[in-house]
Ligand binder design. Structure first.
Ligand code: SF4
Length: 74
C-alpha cells in the first residue's frame, strides 16, 4: 500500500468530501477534535504515514488527514 498514489486535496472527490492531508488544517465545523483518518473505520493503513481508504480506491490518504465521511472505528 505504501506505493499507492496519495490523494490530492484538489482531487474532485477529495474536494467533495472536504479531505485535508492534515486534520488540524480543516475549518469544517463537522470535524470533531482528534478525529483523523487513522481512527476512521474506512482506513486500513498504519498509525502514521499514508494508507488505503475505502472511499478513495487505488489511492492512499494521510493517517493524520480527515474528511467529512469520517466514522470512528468501532
Ligand atoms: Fe480519512 Fe475516513 Fe475520510 Fe477516508 S473516509 S479520507 S479514512 S476520514
Amino acid at each position: 500500500a505504501a506505493d499507492l498514489p496519495h490523494v490530492s486535496e484538489s482531487d474532485p472527490t477529495a474536494k467533495a468530501l472536504g479531505y485535508v492531508e492534515d486534520a488540524s488544517t480543516t475549518k469544517d465545523p463537522k470535524h470533531k477534535a482528534g478525529a483523523n483518518c487513522a481512527n476512521c473505520q474506512f482506513y486500513s493503513g498504519g498509525p502514521t504515514g499514508f494508507g488505503p481508504c475505502q472511499l478513495f480506491p487505488g489511492k492512499a490518504v494521510s493517517a493524520k488527514g480527515w474528511c467529512v465521511s469520517h466514522a470512528a472505528k468501532a
